[in-house]
Design a protein around this ligand. Sequence first.
Ligand SMILES: Nc1ncnc2c1ncn2[C@@H]1O[C@H](COP(=O)(O)OP(=O)(O)OP(=O)(O)O)[C@@H](O)[C@H]1O
Length: 345
Amino acid sequence: MSDDLTAPELESESELAFEGALRPRSLAEFVGQAKVRGQLQLLLTAARMQERTADHILLAGPPGLGKTTLAMIVAHESERPLRLSSGPAIQHAGDLAALLSSLTPGEVLFIDEIHRMARSAEEMLYLAMEDFRIDIMVGKGAGATSIPLDLAPFTLVGATTRSGLLPNPLRDRFGFTAHLEFYDDAELTQVLSRAASMLEFDIDREALAEIAGRCRGTPRIANRLLRRVRDYALVHGGRGDVDAVRAALELYDVDPLGLDRLDRAVLHVLLERFDGGPVGLNTLAVSVGEEAETIESVVEPFLVRIGLLSRTPRGRMATAAAWRHLGIPSPARDSSQPPSLIDDI
Ligand SMILES: Nc1ncnc2c1ncn2[C@@H]1O[C@H](COP(=O)(O)OP(=O)(O)OP(=O)(O)O)[C@@H](O)[C@H]1O
């Protein structure tokens, strides 16, 4: 499905295996996020020098920017085993107790989507992170007693796409929080170049830059688009050049800025039916036959980020760049309002 190509989330089991093969194994191989890399390097080196487990680390940022990859790198660079879990898998304090009590000394525990963990487990985690200890409740009501259990020291690496949803006591117990940023085109070209050579796909630099411009600042999308371009080149017996990129991504409805079919549908409706807005979210959603929530959480953030849409108190408005991008002449505005002002609201 064309829409899936630009979704930042993991799409399938086969993609999981593909990603696994392409994951950088060390901080040196990890592209971009220079600041975070430097901070992690320091934290891990200090822990190694003092022969202790590294501080707990929180990785915050949108999907597909490398949180799982960094967790694996933390374990690899600390030469410790890694245990993988996720917030949705921890629905009771008991689930967490079982996990924590089975950790071996120094193990790195990765909890993806940590904001989705059960509240009761969160409270158990506070104590575990701070004192490497948990209290297990036995029995119910007035007869309930708590039995303390010592844990092996471990490093927790938590990942979240919604750091605002984490309660403060949990956030405060991480020794370091890394905020991952979207990647720029030069960094994405480097991610793509590395992936292409691992896939033994002969593709030129210009073609890689063309893909980089279409992957919404996200390495996961970059690798996914590269895969489709490689298929195209294979089937058409050609090389990986700019023509192959353009043809392949046109086939999958990914335009030169990385907009997909739904992004463009929203913009078309906004420009052609509502003269560029302002228009309310629900009206926009009904007009393109989508849920308001999908428009708000999937389409809008990207359109706003690349400057094609603005949210105003009166509704959503297209910017001058949106008219230009779709090649639609902008209608004459009410002369009492200067156009630049309208576009900047
Ligand atoms: N800095 C990077 N350098 C090279 N490849 C990267 C980088 N960051 C991510 N990738 C690649 O992008 C893919 C997705 O990365 P990863 O699974 O770590 O993202 P994530 O942030 O954990 O996503 P989610 O929030 O959905 O779990 C992987 O195949 C990984 O190899």
